[in-house]
Design a protein around this ligand. Structure first.
Ligand SMILES: [Zn+2]
Length: 433
């Protein structure tokens, strides 16, 4: 059975043909036997941080953080400063490997390594390219590490977007990355918006993730976060707003009017205790990301669905599929491939073969139930990106996973040692906490 499209949901019987990296017209191309398996479009993770791939289980000796800002100051803004080129590469390889093995073919990454900025996006692109992962990359521009690094962060985005424009790498695209309103001064935000316009790229920014972001915007600028972005010329249909937990009604309306995309990261929000995003009130493009907690979109979509249902029993069982379809449409726009995320003739052949012995009928009217309550990354058998098998029989085809993991562990040990010497970040947002 073939899931030809998630929204509108369309299931086809028969086989798929693959030719020149795309789904072929019926009867043409190399035949992919779809009998007894479920073939779905590759999943898209619309917001992640590959740089956190080596952070699992890292030692922590400081006072436990009491809120979101302290989590940044004591965990993530220490980790990012300890990253060097080799650990960035190892993180991208490890995260990319796990993405493919869990059926995720496209990653929209938001990268930070303040002591290894220049060229970092090339390192990530090359690592992901070596595995065969599709990606859209950006560097997290911020003023929290001083003006020199803010300029270097922006320059890295520009350099990468220039390379993308020049080379059109088959599997990689770019956005303009920015951290969040509360760590961006007006000058830097304006420069990010300029770059986004110049390269016709979206701004990829955390927005209203925690209440501190809104309080800071109100205190320093007299407006809420989305209004501030809009005034800076940074809110349009290409804009990617991660989280949006603390958006108010007018902000949601402005996002809808601009056709910007909000990326919901349910597990990260729960883990950081920042509140639940009012996703049921958002009327517009709502995609799903992991915010760096792996790239398993089965797991993420399940968690997001159950957390929503906990408060809203009216949420439909097709909610996870609609969100994943939105993530795919985002990737389709980034790659200027309108059929990306579908398995219809002409679409890029990004697909996942699920070995799922269905104990109940799989039909268009029942598929959403199978997704919400049963399908998971343990069913992922084979993965194809742009017509090439990158996972076959649950193993990476291009690299040795054990060797890759061993290399990552070596880098993790070194990273953790360096991390020991990095203290809490002194940056504080403005406004009462
Ligand atoms: Zn994030």
């Amino acid at each position: 059975m073939i899931v030809a499209s998630l929204d509108p949901l369309r299931l086809d019987a028969g086989d798929l043909g693959i030719a020149n990296g795309r789904i072929a017209a019926p009867g043409e191309g190399a035949r992919l036997d779809c009998d007894g398996v479920l073939v779905i479009p590759g999943n898209v993770c619309a917001h992640t941080h590959l740089y956190s791939a080596l952070a699992r289980g890292m030692p922590y000796a400081l006072e436990p953080p009491r809120n979101f800002v302290e989590i940044l100051q004591r965990v993530w803004w220490r980790l990012d400063r300890a990253l060097d080129e080799e650990s960035v590469r190892a993180s991208a390889l490890a995260g990319g490997m796990e993405a493919l093995l869990s059926g995720t073919t496209t990653l929209v990454d938001h990268h930070a390594s303040p002591n290894a900025i220049d060229g970092s996006l090339d390192v990530i692109a090359d690592a992901l390219g070596s595995l065969g992962v599709r990606s859209a990359l950006c560097y997290e521009t911020t003023d929290r590490d001083g003006p020199e690094r803010a300029r270097a962060g922006l320059a890295e985005n520009r350099r990468w977007l220039e390379r993308v424009r020049r080379e059109q790498p088959p599997l990689a695209r770019g956005l303009v990355g920015a951290h969040a309103s509360f760590t961006l001064g007006d000058e830097t935000l304006a420069a990010c918006a300029d770059a986004a316009h110049e390269y016709s790229a979206g701004l990829h920014v955390h927005a209203a993730e925690d209440g501190a972001d809104e309080r800071d915007a109100l205190t320093r600028h007299g407006v809420r976060v989305v209004e501030r972005l809009a005034r800076a010329g940074a809110l349009d249909e290409r804009t990617l707003l991660a989280h949006g937990v603390h958006l108010d009604g007018p902000e949601m309306a402005a996002i809808g009017d601009a056709k910007a995309t909000v990326v919901h990261n349910a597990r990260s929000n729960m883990n950081n205790s920042i509140g639940r995003a009012r996703v049921e009130e958002l009327d517009g493009r709502l995609a799903l990301g992991t915010d760096g907690i792996g790239s398993d979109m089965f797991e993420e979509s399940h968690a997001a669905y159950f957390r929503l249902r906990e408060d809203d029993v009216g949420a439909g069982v097709d909610w996870p599929l609609l969100r994943l379809a939105e993530s795919s449409r985002l990737a389709a726009r980034l790659f200027d491939e309108s059929l990306l995320g579908t398995l219809v003739p002409g679409a890029p052949a990004d697909l996942v073969v699920l070995d799922y012995p269905a104990p109940a009928p799989v039909r268009e009217e029942s598929f959403a139930g199978h997704w919400a309550f049963a399908l998971s990354s343990r069913h992922v058998r084979d993965v194809m990106v742009a017509g090439e098998w990158v996972v076959k029989d649950r193993r990476l085809t291009r690299v040795d996973a054990d060797e890759l993991a061993a290399g990552a562990r070596t880098q993790a040990e070194l990273l953790w040692q360096r991390l020991d010497g990095v203290g809490p970040h002194p940056f504080e947002p403005k406004g009462d906490s």
